[in-house]
Write a protein that binds this ligand. Structure first.
Ligand code: PLP
Length: 282
Protein backbone atom coordinates (compact mmCIF):
# COMPACT_ATOMS: atom_id res chain seq x y z
CA UNK A 1 0.00 0.00 0.00
CA UNK A 2 1.17 3.50 -0.81
CA UNK A 3 0.79 6.06 1.96
CA UNK A 4 1.30 9.82 2.21
CA UNK A 5 3.67 11.40 4.73
CA UNK A 6 4.52 15.11 4.71
CA UNK A 7 4.34 15.66 0.97
CA UNK A 8 5.65 12.26 -0.14
CA UNK A 9 3.97 9.15 -1.49
CA UNK A 10 5.78 6.08 -0.15
CA UNK A 11 5.34 2.34 0.34
CA UNK A 12 3.95 1.93 3.87
CA UNK A 13 7.09 0.05 4.95
CA UNK A 14 9.24 3.08 4.09
CA UNK A 15 7.09 5.73 5.78
CA UNK A 16 8.74 7.20 8.90
CA UNK A 17 7.87 9.74 11.57
CA UNK A 18 9.94 10.90 14.53
CA UNK A 19 9.67 9.23 17.96
CA UNK A 20 9.36 12.81 19.28
CA UNK A 21 6.20 13.40 17.27
CA UNK A 22 3.64 14.91 19.64
CA UNK A 23 0.91 12.75 18.13
CA UNK A 24 2.82 9.73 19.42
CA UNK A 25 3.90 11.20 22.79
CA UNK A 26 0.85 13.28 23.78
CA UNK A 27 -2.00 12.31 21.42
CA UNK A 28 -1.52 15.91 20.26
CA UNK A 29 -3.09 15.24 16.88
CA UNK A 30 -6.41 15.38 15.08
CA UNK A 31 -7.83 13.10 12.43
CA UNK A 32 -10.58 12.50 9.90
CA UNK A 33 -11.94 9.37 8.25
CA UNK A 34 -13.61 9.79 4.87
CA UNK A 35 -15.35 6.99 3.02
CA UNK A 36 -14.73 6.20 -0.64
CA UNK A 37 -17.50 4.83 -2.84
CA UNK A 38 -17.01 4.24 -6.55
CA UNK A 39 -13.52 5.73 -6.17
CA UNK A 40 -14.93 9.05 -4.92
CA UNK A 41 -14.83 10.79 -1.57
CA UNK A 42 -18.11 11.05 0.37
CA UNK A 43 -18.85 14.32 2.19
CA UNK A 44 -15.31 15.56 1.57
CA UNK A 45 -16.10 19.23 2.27
CA UNK A 46 -17.68 18.43 5.62
CA UNK A 47 -14.60 16.49 6.74
CA UNK A 48 -12.25 19.24 5.49
CA UNK A 49 -14.24 21.88 7.40
CA UNK A 50 -14.29 19.87 10.63
CA UNK A 51 -10.54 19.25 10.30
CA UNK A 52 -9.94 23.01 10.14
CA UNK A 53 -12.11 23.52 13.21
CA UNK A 54 -10.31 20.77 15.18
CA UNK A 55 -6.92 22.31 14.31
CA UNK A 56 -8.01 25.80 15.24
CA UNK A 57 -9.54 24.69 18.58
CA UNK A 58 -6.10 23.28 19.47
CA UNK A 59 -4.16 26.31 18.16
CA UNK A 60 -2.50 24.15 15.54
CA UNK A 61 -1.44 25.58 12.20
CA UNK A 62 -3.28 24.19 9.21
CA UNK A 63 -0.46 22.87 7.02
CA UNK A 64 -2.50 21.96 3.93
CA UNK A 65 -5.18 23.67 1.85
CA UNK A 66 -8.49 21.94 1.20
CA UNK A 67 -7.69 21.72 -2.54
CA UNK A 68 -4.32 20.10 -1.87
CA UNK A 69 -5.92 17.75 0.61
CA UNK A 70 -8.47 16.62 -1.97
CA UNK A 71 -5.63 16.09 -4.44
CA UNK A 72 -3.82 13.84 -1.93
CA UNK A 73 -7.03 11.87 -1.29
CA UNK A 74 -7.53 11.40 -5.04
CA UNK A 75 -3.93 10.39 -5.64
CA UNK A 76 -4.02 7.77 -2.86
CA UNK A 77 -7.31 6.37 -4.21
CA UNK A 78 -5.67 6.14 -7.65
CA UNK A 79 -2.33 4.68 -6.47
CA UNK A 80 -4.04 2.04 -4.31
CA UNK A 81 -6.89 1.29 -6.72
CA UNK A 82 -9.56 1.96 -4.08
CA UNK A 83 -13.14 1.50 -5.25
CA UNK A 84 -14.82 1.16 -1.83
CA UNK A 85 -13.01 1.93 1.40
CA UNK A 86 -11.78 4.58 3.76
CA UNK A 87 -9.13 7.26 3.86
CA UNK A 88 -7.54 8.02 7.21
CA UNK A 89 -5.94 11.42 7.68
CA UNK A 90 -3.98 12.53 10.74
CA UNK A 91 -2.31 15.82 11.48
CA UNK A 92 -0.16 16.14 14.59
CA UNK A 93 1.49 19.25 15.98
CA UNK A 94 4.78 17.76 14.80
CA UNK A 95 8.03 16.59 16.34
CA UNK A 96 9.56 18.98 18.89
CA UNK A 97 13.28 18.66 19.66
CA UNK A 98 12.54 17.06 23.05
CA UNK A 99 9.63 15.83 25.16
CA UNK A 100 7.94 18.83 26.77
CA UNK A 101 4.29 19.30 27.74
CA UNK A 102 4.23 22.91 26.54
CA UNK A 103 3.40 23.33 22.86
CA UNK A 104 6.55 24.03 20.84
CA UNK A 105 6.91 27.36 19.04
CA UNK A 106 4.99 26.96 15.75
CA UNK A 107 7.97 28.46 13.91
CA UNK A 108 10.16 25.58 15.11
CA UNK A 109 7.99 22.57 14.30
CA UNK A 110 6.12 21.50 11.23
CA UNK A 111 2.85 19.58 11.63
CA UNK A 112 3.06 15.93 10.61
CA UNK A 113 0.53 15.01 7.92
CA UNK A 114 -0.19 11.32 7.34
CA UNK A 115 -2.81 9.72 5.11
CA UNK A 116 -3.45 6.11 4.24
CA UNK A 117 -6.23 4.12 2.59
CA UNK A 118 -8.15 1.05 3.73
CA UNK A 119 -9.81 -1.01 1.01
CA UNK A 120 -13.27 -2.25 2.11
CA UNK A 121 -15.04 -3.97 -0.77
CA UNK A 122 -18.77 -4.23 -0.08
CA UNK A 123 -18.78 -1.31 2.37
CA UNK A 124 -22.04 0.14 1.02
CA UNK A 125 -23.86 -3.22 0.89
CA UNK A 126 -22.95 -4.37 4.37
CA UNK A 127 -25.80 -3.92 6.84
CA UNK A 128 -25.12 -5.68 10.11
CA UNK A 129 -27.78 -5.44 12.83
CA UNK A 130 -25.76 -4.29 15.84
CA UNK A 131 -25.83 -5.23 19.50
CA UNK A 132 -24.60 -2.58 21.91
CA UNK A 133 -23.87 -2.42 25.61
CA UNK A 134 -23.96 0.70 27.78
CA UNK A 135 -20.82 1.91 29.56
CA UNK A 136 -19.87 5.04 31.53
CA UNK A 137 -18.55 7.91 29.47
CA UNK A 138 -15.30 8.87 31.18
CA UNK A 139 -13.72 10.76 28.27
CA UNK A 140 -12.46 14.35 28.45
CA UNK A 141 -14.77 17.34 28.03
CA UNK A 142 -13.90 18.37 24.44
CA UNK A 143 -15.30 15.47 22.45
CA UNK A 144 -16.26 17.95 19.72
CA UNK A 145 -12.57 18.04 18.75
CA UNK A 146 -11.63 14.97 16.74
CA UNK A 147 -8.37 14.07 18.49
CA UNK A 148 -6.53 10.74 18.36
CA UNK A 149 -7.08 10.15 22.11
CA UNK A 150 -8.93 6.93 21.39
CA UNK A 151 -7.86 4.69 24.25
CA UNK A 152 -11.17 4.74 26.11
CA UNK A 153 -13.24 4.16 22.95
CA UNK A 154 -10.89 1.22 22.20
CA UNK A 155 -11.48 -0.13 25.72
CA UNK A 156 -15.22 0.33 25.18
CA UNK A 157 -15.03 -1.78 22.05
CA UNK A 158 -13.22 -4.49 24.03
CA UNK A 159 -15.88 -4.36 26.78
CA UNK A 160 -18.53 -4.78 24.07
CA UNK A 161 -16.64 -7.68 22.53
CA UNK A 162 -16.26 -9.39 25.91
CA UNK A 163 -20.04 -9.09 26.37
CA UNK A 164 -20.73 -10.59 22.94
CA UNK A 165 -21.80 -7.21 21.52
CA UNK A 166 -20.54 -5.04 18.66
CA UNK A 167 -20.19 -1.62 20.22
CA UNK A 168 -20.75 0.42 23.37
CA UNK A 169 -23.04 3.41 23.92
CA UNK A 170 -21.55 5.78 26.45
CA UNK A 171 -23.63 7.29 29.24
CA UNK A 172 -22.93 10.46 31.21
CA UNK A 173 -25.16 11.89 33.98
CA UNK A 174 -27.82 9.35 33.06
CA UNK A 175 -27.97 10.24 29.36
CA UNK A 176 -26.48 8.58 26.29
CA UNK A 177 -23.71 10.67 24.68
CA UNK A 178 -22.57 8.63 21.65
CA UNK A 179 -21.11 5.32 20.52
CA UNK A 180 -17.37 4.59 20.64
CA UNK A 181 -17.03 5.91 17.08
CA UNK A 182 -20.49 7.01 15.99
CA UNK A 183 -23.49 9.22 16.77
CA UNK A 184 -26.59 7.47 18.11
CA UNK A 185 -30.34 7.74 17.55
CA UNK A 186 -33.62 6.21 18.63
CA UNK A 187 -36.96 6.22 16.85
CA UNK A 188 -40.28 6.44 18.70
CA UNK A 189 -43.67 6.79 17.00
CA UNK A 190 -41.90 7.77 13.78
CA UNK A 191 -39.85 10.52 15.44
CA UNK A 192 -36.05 10.43 15.23
CA UNK A 193 -34.45 11.42 18.53
CA UNK A 194 -30.74 12.24 18.90
CA UNK A 195 -28.64 14.20 21.38
CA UNK A 196 -28.15 17.87 20.50
CA UNK A 197 -24.66 19.13 19.54
CA UNK A 198 -22.38 20.41 22.29
CA UNK A 199 -18.82 19.80 23.49
CA UNK A 200 -20.07 16.43 24.82
CA UNK A 201 -20.13 14.69 21.44
CA UNK A 202 -18.39 14.72 18.09
CA UNK A 203 -20.30 16.76 15.52
CA UNK A 204 -20.66 13.92 13.05
CA UNK A 205 -20.50 14.77 9.38
CA UNK A 206 -22.81 11.84 8.67
CA UNK A 207 -25.16 13.04 11.45
CA UNK A 208 -25.50 16.46 9.85
CA UNK A 209 -26.29 14.96 6.44
CA UNK A 210 -28.69 12.33 7.77
CA UNK A 211 -30.68 14.87 9.81
CA UNK A 212 -30.89 17.15 6.78
CA UNK A 213 -32.13 14.32 4.55
CA UNK A 214 -34.60 13.19 7.22
CA UNK A 215 -36.13 16.66 7.39
CA UNK A 216 -36.24 16.91 3.60
CA UNK A 217 -38.14 13.60 3.60
CA UNK A 218 -40.66 15.10 6.09
CA UNK A 219 -39.47 12.86 8.91
CA UNK A 220 -39.75 14.37 12.37
CA UNK A 221 -36.44 15.00 14.20
CA UNK A 222 -36.00 15.96 17.84
CA UNK A 223 -32.56 16.87 19.22
CA UNK A 224 -32.55 16.08 22.92
CA UNK A 225 -31.03 13.79 25.53
CA UNK A 226 -32.33 10.27 26.09
CA UNK A 227 -31.56 7.54 28.61
CA UNK A 228 -30.67 3.88 28.02
CA UNK A 229 -34.12 2.95 29.40
CA UNK A 230 -35.85 5.19 26.86
CA UNK A 231 -33.69 3.70 24.09
CA UNK A 232 -34.57 0.17 25.21
CA UNK A 233 -38.25 1.05 24.91
CA UNK A 234 -37.92 2.76 21.53
CA UNK A 235 -39.31 1.30 18.30
CA UNK A 236 -35.83 1.22 16.78
CA UNK A 237 -32.29 2.48 17.21
CA UNK A 238 -29.36 3.16 14.91
CA UNK A 239 -26.01 4.91 14.65
CA UNK A 240 -24.19 6.93 12.00
CA UNK A 241 -20.55 7.41 11.03
CA UNK A 242 -18.51 8.02 7.91
CA UNK A 243 -17.46 4.36 7.79
CA UNK A 244 -20.78 2.69 8.73
CA UNK A 245 -23.17 5.25 7.12
CA UNK A 246 -26.46 4.40 8.89
CA UNK A 247 -26.38 1.16 10.89
CA UNK A 248 -29.36 -0.42 12.69
CA UNK A 249 -29.05 -1.35 16.37
CA UNK A 250 -31.22 -4.30 17.44
CA UNK A 251 -30.11 -4.89 21.02
CA UNK A 252 -29.19 -2.54 23.89
CA UNK A 253 -27.74 -4.40 26.90
CA UNK A 254 -30.19 -7.28 27.47
CA UNK A 255 -33.14 -5.70 25.65
CA UNK A 256 -33.95 -6.63 22.03
CA UNK A 257 -35.53 -3.97 19.83
CA UNK A 258 -37.94 -4.62 16.94
CA UNK A 259 -37.76 -8.38 17.49
CA UNK A 260 -34.06 -8.28 16.56
CA UNK A 261 -34.77 -6.99 13.03
CA UNK A 262 -33.33 -3.73 11.60
CA UNK A 263 -35.82 -0.85 11.82
CA UNK A 264 -37.58 0.60 8.78
CA UNK A 265 -36.54 4.19 9.50
CA UNK A 266 -32.88 3.20 9.83
CA UNK A 267 -32.92 1.24 6.57
CA UNK A 268 -34.73 4.02 4.72
CA UNK A 269 -32.29 6.65 6.02
CA UNK A 270 -29.37 4.46 4.99
CA UNK A 271 -30.72 4.21 1.46
CA UNK A 272 -31.38 7.97 1.23
CA UNK A 273 -27.95 8.76 2.69
CA UNK A 274 -26.12 6.52 0.21
CA UNK A 275 -28.12 7.85 -2.77
CA UNK A 276 -27.78 11.50 -1.84
CA UNK A 277 -24.17 11.50 -0.70
CA UNK A 278 -23.06 9.73 -3.90
CA UNK A 279 -24.46 12.70 -5.83
CA UNK A 280 -22.03 15.06 -4.10
CA UNK A 281 -19.04 12.67 -3.98
CA UNK A 282 -15.82 14.17 -5.37
N1 PLP B 1 -18.67 10.15 17.41
C1 PLP B 1 -17.43 9.68 17.57
C2 PLP B 1 -16.87 9.58 18.94
C3 PLP B 1 -16.67 9.30 16.46
O1 PLP B 1 -15.41 8.85 16.62
C4 PLP B 1 -17.24 9.41 15.15
C5 PLP B 1 -16.48 9.02 13.95
O2 PLP B 1 -15.38 8.58 13.98
C6 PLP B 1 -18.55 9.87 15.04
C7 PLP B 1 -19.23 10.25 16.18
C8 PLP B 1 -19.21 9.99 13.70
O3 PLP B 1 -18.71 11.08 12.96
P1 PLP B 1 -18.68 11.08 11.38
O4 PLP B 1 -20.10 10.89 10.93
O5 PLP B 1 -18.17 12.42 11.03
O6 PLP B 1 -17.80 9.97 10.96
Amino acid sequence: RTVYVNGEYLPETEARISIFDRGFLFADAVYEVTSVLGGKMIAFDGHAERLKRSLSELDMDNPISTEDLLEVHRELVRLNGIDEGLIYLQISRGAASDRDFAFPDPDEVKPTVVLFTQSKPGLAETVRPMKVISIDDIRWGRRDIKTVQLLYPSMGKMMAKAAGADDAWMVEDGYVTEGTSNNVYIVKDGKIITRALSNDILHGITRAAVLRYAEEAQMEVEERNFTIEEAQNADEAFFTSASAFVMPVVQIDDKKLGGGEPGRVALRLREIYLDESLKTAV
